[in-house]
Structures are given as structure tokens and as C-alpha cells.
Design a protein around this ligand. Structure first.
Ligand code: FAD
Length: 476
């Protein structure tokens, strides 16, 4: 017999879920309910970011769409505050809420590929690695992100940036349809012909509109081999290297996507020992055009003078998608922010280089994402994702391991963010959102003129605001 549980409700009050109510929900599931009295509870409350220590009231481990429908109906009947878990990789731990009701899709990871139509149907709890594994069998890929353990759902619902964004756009730009359980407990298919407003909102509006049980992606031929660049230059050469990086990427084909990273040289045999752990700039890039043209395409990034080490070469797409995995272990401590920039001039480079030199943790990085091209060719009102015109996004990644270092690392990230604000016309990427501590500004910056329409769609599909999303859009 499960014990009654005190829960938060949508109205901000608390309510007790009775033993009978919990037992009746549990009896109808193929999956299971987990509460604090269960052995699995501590593990079920763990997410990627070890800083997060939230204690939800009830977690519903869903096995299938019927479980998701049962969970949403139950939450609606009891007016519970709902959060939804996909891959558990949101830096703010948004998939959990204290005393909340978690609809957990982490066991729903199936991917089915139709190679003729070049379409993948991906379940709501799948990871990027699940998707890549299944699509690469057919020499295909969906544009998603750059670390394989990340959840497809959270990443896609706020846009989705990765190695294919200049050629094929954001993850949402390749979305053909979703199946979503809305607040009324109904499963709906949303695409360009049915529930178009819902489909528009889901492409950037986050988890505010329901539980997405499946995503349908348009796939593209990629790999199996592509060219990947990893030249490393010492930090004191950053002004010259970053100026060249800006010029090279300004003239490069859409097939070349790059992230210039201020980081630390890894202790690997290819890097001379005296540089192990030294601050460096690494020009990561991936060329996904014709294989025989790749070496030439990445060459300019590798020859800005002589790098201290260079791990570049041909690589399998599956390896590219896992290249950074080891740098982001589960349970480490992380605080990530972002800001869109219009320029990468001397002043910006100076600011970035200064803060790179002052990182309290050698694990931390500053990432310059080169945007535009296919991402920028989609109109800012075509999907909810509004910030399409900025040529750069700076990802500020504070990464560390000891709890006593948290304040110093979080302060470092916030200070850099503040110092970059004079170079932006506004806007943050909601997948790198800090702890959403500045919600109103973040919503306005990310959605611009799309915000009123998002609030109207929210009012249609979730008028009671059952789904908090990672960052909540209130119904109009
Ligand atoms: P979760 O924590 O499970 O969910 C986050 C939020 O998404 C939830 O609060 C909920 O609102 C919503 N959600 C999740 N699943 C569903 C669902 N099925 N239905 C409805 N709502 C749902 N982002 C990029 O764009 N590009 C990258 O290359 C990239 N790299 C990353 C690398 C690492 C190591 C990490 C940790 C993050 C990276 N991100 C990247 C950011 C990532 O996109 C976000 O952290 C995203 O929230 C992760 O999604 P998730 O499903 O794992 O998260």
C-alpha cells in the first residue's frame, strides 16, 4: 500500500494524493509510479547536472503512450504541477520540481527509420545517440546536437543546434510532425496541416504545450565518414586566431559548421606534454559536404600559423557525435548560459580571451557557435524560434567537480555574460539558460514578437497551465 503524498498544485497550494488515488493510477499503467518510499526514488531523482537536488512528490515512469495519457489525465483531475522528463540533460534540472508530478519518458527511447522516405520517428525519451545509431545504418542523419547522451525532446523543443545547422537548419526546421498528449488528455498529431498552431508553437516553445510522445524528422544523407577539425592554438594567440576564424567562417560553404572553443588542452599523446592542461583555443569544425572536398574545406582553420597540436582528420559521423561525450560526465557540476552576438570583433575577442584566462575551473569553456545560413534562411515568425539573424552564439560553460567551488564558477559565468551584454541586441538560447533566474527577460529575448502568439496557443491547448515547461509561457 503506497503512502499518501503531499503535492504542489497548479494554483500554488498543496494537496494530498491519497493511497487509493495513487494505487488506482499505478494499476492502470504498464510502467510504474515511484515515490519517496520506493528504493528507486533516489536514482529516479538524479539528472545529468550534479548540482540539482530536487525532490518530486511522484514520478510516473511511462512505458508507452497509454501511460502518458493516463498520467496527464490524472494530473489534470488533481490539478498537479507537471514536469516532463526526456533525456534529463536540462542544465537547470527543469524536468523535476520539488513536490511536483513528473511524467518520465526516459524508458521510451525507440527510433524507427523509413529509409525510402528518409524519415525517422523518435520516441519522446530518446537520446541523440539512439537517433544517430538507427539513422546511420542507412547513411542518414537528423540535425540535432553535439553530445550523444542529450535528450532529443528537450533539445528539439527549444530549437536544437548542432553540426548540421548551417546546411539544414535547427532540429525544429527538420521536424515534419509530432504526436503530443495535450492537457485535456488527448493524443494529437500536429504538423503543417492539422493543429498547425500547435505545431508552430512546439517548434521552439519548449515543453509548454503537452507531452510529446514522438517526433518525426526529415533525414539527410550524411557520412558515414566526414571531416572533423581539432587544431589547438595557445591562448596568447587568441586575437589573431579568432580574427582568422571569423573571416574563414564568413567565407566558408554551408557544409562547414564550426565552434571556436576557449578551453584547456587535453592530456593526450598528440599534445606536447608542456601544454597538457594549458589554456588554448580549439577550432572544432565538421564538414558534411562531398567527402573528397572535406580536407580542403577544413584546411584554413588548421593553418592559422602552426597549431600546438592538431587532432583533425576524417571521422565517422557516429564518432563525431560522441567526440565530446567524455567531457560531460553525469553528476559533474554545471552552470551554462548563452548570448546571441552580432559581431566577433576585437573588443568581443578581448573580452572572451580575458575571461578564458580567468576561468576558476580548467574544465570550463567558452564556445563560439557560428550560426546563420540554413538556420537564418527560415523566417523568424515561421516557427516559435525567433532569434534567427545573429551570426554568433556564445555558450558559456562553467564545469567543475567540487561543491565548494560552485559560487566561484557560477559567478565567473554570470560575469562574462554581463560583460557581453553590450555587444548583443538581446536574446539567449533557452537550451543554455542558466537556472532561468531572469525568466521574463529570457522569454522576451528568445521569443520577441512571437511571444503573444505563443501565449495565445498556450491558452488554447493548456488554459490551466498544467505544463510548466522548462521556462513557463503563461496562457494569454
Ligand atoms: P530534460 O531535462 O529531460 O527536459 C528538459 C525540458 O524539456 C523539460 O523540463 C520539459 O519542459 C521538456 N521536455 C523534455 N521531454 C519532453 C517531452 N517528451 N515532451 C514535452 N516536453 C519535454 N543543446 C543544443 O541545442 N545543441 C547541443 O549541441 C547541445 N549539447 C548539449 C550537451 C550536453 C552535455 C548537455 C547537458 C546539453 C546540451 N544541449 C544542447 C542543451 C540541451 O538541448 C538541453 O539541456 C535540453 O533541455 C536537454 O533535453 P533533455 O530531454 O535531455 O532534458
Amino acid at each position: 500500500m503506497m503512502k499518501a503524498v503531499r503535492m504542489n498544485t497548479i494554483s500554488g497550494k498543496t494537496a494530498d494524493l491519497s493511497t487509493e488515488a495513487l494505487a488506482s493510477l499505478n494499476a492502470g499503467l504498464r510502467g510504474e509510479i515511484i515515490t519517496a518510499e520506493h528504493e528507486q526514488y533516489a536514482a529516479a531523482c538524479m539528472v545529468w547536472n550534479g548540482l540539482i537536488a530536487k525532490k518530486p512528490g511522484v514520478l510516473v515512469r511511462c512505458q508507452d503512450v497509454a501511460d502518458v495519457i493516463a498520467a496527464v489525465r490524472f494530473a489534470g483531475e488533481h490539478s498537479l504541477r507537471v514536469s516532463v522528463r526526456g533525456g534529463g540533460h536540462n542544465v537547470a534540472g527543469a524536468c523535476l520540481a520539488d513536490d511536483g508530478f513528473v511524467i518520465d519518458l526516459s524508458a521510451m527511447r525507440s527510433v524507427r527509420v523509413d529509409p525510402q522516405r528518409r524519415v525517422a520517428r523518435v520516441a519522446g525519451g530518446a537520446r541523440l545517440g539512439d537517433l544517430d545509431q538507427e539513422t546511420q545504418v542507412f547513411g542518414l542523419a537528423a540535425p540535432v546536437g553535439v553530445v550523444s547522451a542529450t535528450g532529443v525532446a528537450g533539445l528539439t523543443l527549444h530549437g536544437g543546434t548542432g553540426w548540421l545547422l548551417r546546411k539544414h537548419g535547427l532540429a525544429i526546421d527538420n521536424l515534419l510532425a509530432v504526436e503530443v498528449v495535450t492537457a485535456d488528455g488527448r493524443l494529437r498529431r500536429a504538423d503543417q496541416r492539422q493543429h498547425e498552431d500547435l505545431f508552430w508553437a512546439i517548434r521552439g516553445g519548449g515543453g509548454n504545450f503537452g507531452v510529446v510522445t514522438s517526433f518525426e524528422f526529415q533525414l539527410h544523407p550524411v557520412g558515414p565518414q566526414v571531416w572533423f577539425s581539432v587544431p589547438m592554438y595557445p591562448l596568447d594567440r587568441a586575437p589573431e586566431v579568432m580574427a582568422a576564424f571569423r573571416k574563414i567562417m564568413g567565407e566558408s560553404p554551408d557544409e562547414l559548421m564550426a565552434i571556436g572553443v576557449y578551453w584547456s588542452a587535453p592530456a593526450v599523446p598528440e599534445v606536447p606534454v608542456q601544454y597538457h592542461g594549458a589554456p588554448v583555443v580549439i577550432l572544432l569544425s565538421c564538414y558534411t559536404g562531398p567527402f573528397e572536398q572535406g580536407e580542403k574545406a577544413i584546411a584554413p582553420l588548421r593553418t592559422i600559423g602552426t597549431p600546438i597540436a592538431d587532432l583533425s582528420g576524417p571521422m565517422r559521423w557516429l564518432e563525431v557525435q560522441k567526440f565530446l561525450d567524455g567531457d560531460y560526465p553525469d553528476g559533474g557540476m554545471y552552470y551554462w548560459k548563452s548570448i546571441f552576438l552580432d559581431r566577433l570583433d576585437e573588443q568581443v575577442i578581448d573580452t572572451l580571451s580575458r575571461h578564458a584566462a580567468g576561468r576558476p575551473s580548467s574544465l570550463s569553456s567558452i564556445d563560439i557557435w557560428t550560426l546563420g545560413r540554413a538556420m537564418g534562411r527560415v523566417s523568424e515568425t515561421a516557427t516559435a524560434f525567433y532569434k534567427r539573424d545573429a551570426p554568433y552564439m556564445i555558450g558559456i560553460e562553467a564545469n567543475w567537480t567540487a561543491a565548494e567551488d560552485s559560487d566561484a564558477n557560477i559567478d565567473w559565468a554570470r560575469k562574462l555574460y554581463q560583460d557581453l551584454r553590450e555587444y548583443t541586441r538581446g536574446g539567449e538560447y533557452l537550451n543554455f539558460p542558466g537556472f532561468f533566474e531572469n525568466r521574463e527577460n529570457q522569454l522576451a529575448g528568445a521569443y520577441g514578437a512571437n511571444l503573444p502568439r505563443l501565449q495565445a496557443v498556450k491558452a488554447t491547448y493548456d488554459p490551466e497551465n498544467l505544463f510548466a515547461g522548462a521556462v513557463n509561457i503563461q496562457p494569454a
